[in-house]
Write a protein that binds this ligand. Structure first.
Ligand code: NAD
Ligand code: UDP
Length: 332
């Protein structure tokens, strides 16, 4: 298939590009590089031996996007482009609505113009808000606690409305839990600009000696060791989930939401221990106050993905930490 990835030079998009290129698809990466670098392109070529088309442009440039969709006879779009830092979204809400919501409206208009109506959207488990029960299945009530989460929720609702209005659309919102790790080559991975907000890239930089210590945000949660529990999923498992969803979508018109998680929760201290083992480096930490807006525990019921897509995560914590460590030393 001819597939366009908005935000395809970013952390998740680049790993999905590897899986799609290796499966023989033709891939167009459409990215404004606001949170990624051009170097990813050469890394993708090195890993796959194939050269994806790259277009540097913003998803809000509707005409440009429509032209690219037409020029490359794009049959399906995977929409990763967007801003994703929760704290920043509280300080700059308009940036989040402009990039994420307005960006998606622009993409949908361009797709309509080009006659492409197959879309996979990068959703997030953040749309479940504070869990009422665990594990989280797709029927769990939705809510948002910050502008980033609201933008994700709003986009999901917009996509559902569109699918009701026009039954030719095929849309799946993949609700990611906590993506972690890197491609096994260590050539691509997650390298946030500035000091990382997320746990895994922060730990990697502490292990490398670039940051002094990890602040563990709270050890008085009602969890086995008191620290926050999350469902960490290897980014390559996540990438394979996209390929499975794409194949499935061809046979399933309408709007769908599917969790991509492992079903297994690990605490912050579990992650520190796993990274220490994988890297053979010390990860010094101190207990700090809870971070505002954090929930105690969040993990998926991954049953729908298995039933519908025939997909489940295969890689464990050591592979996540080992590949993240390799990327820290080789690729970052
Ligand atoms: P990322 O920042 O690494 O990748 C996003 C890419 O989109 C970047 O390359 C950036 O340059 C590009 N981009 C941003 N705004 C754009 C615009 N207006 N026009 C064109 N390109 C633009 O982030 P990621 O971790 O790869 O996340 C991808 C998607 O998955 C995002 O939508 C994010 O909200 C979602 N998601 C991520 C996580 C996570 O923990 N990484 C969890 C749940 C959901
Ligand atoms: N966390 C932490 N220290 C950090 C970053 C994160 O203790 O420097 C904890 C956070 O409180 C949560 C878990 O690690 O319990 C995962 O946080 P992250 O920001 O990676 O993902 P979230 O689930 O919040 O989106």
């Amino acid at each position: 298939m001819n597939i366009l990835l908005t935000g395809g030079m970013g952390y998740i998009g680049s790993h999905v590009a590897v899986v799609l290129l290796q499966a023989g698809h033709r891939v167009v990466l459409y990215d404004n590089l606001c949170n990624s670098g051009i170097g990813v392109l050469a890394r993708l070529e090195q890993i796959t031996g194939k050269t994806p088309v790259f277009i540097q442009a913003d998803v809000r440039a509707t005409k440009t996007l429509a032209d690219v969709l037409k020029d490359h006879a794009v049959e399906a779009v995977l929409h990763f482009a967007g801003l994703k830092a929760v704290g920043e979204s509280v300080k700059k809400p308009l940036d989040y609505y402009a990039n994420n919501v307005e960006g998606t409206v622009s993409l949908l208009e361009a797709m309509l113009d080009a006659g492409t109506r197959t879309l996979i959207f990068s959703g997030s488990a953040t749309v479940y808000g504070d869990p009422h029960y665990l594990p989280l299945d797709e029927a769990h009530p939705l809510s948002a606690t910050n502008p980033y989460g609201r933008s994700k929720l709003h986009i999901e609702e917009m996509l559902r409305d569109l699918s009701v209005a026009d039954p030719l659309w095929r849309v799946v919102c993949l609700r990611y839990f906590n993506p972690a790790g890197a491609h096994e080559s260590g050539l691509i991975g997650e390298r946030p600009m500035g000091v990382p907000n997320n746990l895994m890239p922060y730990i990697a930089r502490v292990a490398a000696g670039e940051l002094k210590e990890l602040s563990v945000f709270g050890n008085d949660y009602p969890t086995p060791d008191g620290t926050g529990v999350r469902d960490y999923i290897h980014v390559m498992d996540l990438a394979e989930g996209h390929a499975a969803a794409l194949a499935w979508l061809v046979r399933h018109p309408g709007w769908h939401a599917i969790n991509l998680g492992t079903g297994q929760g690990y605490s912050v201290l579990d992650m520190v221990a796993a990274f220490t083992k994988a890297s053979s480096r010390a990860v010094p930490y101190r207990i700090a106050p809870r971070r505002a807006g954090d929930v105690a525990a969040c993990y998926a019921d991954p049953g729908k993905a298995l039933r519908e897509l025939g997909w489940q995560a295969r890689r464990g914590l050591l592979e996540m930490c080992g590949s993240a460590w390799k990327f820290q030393n080789l690729g970052a």
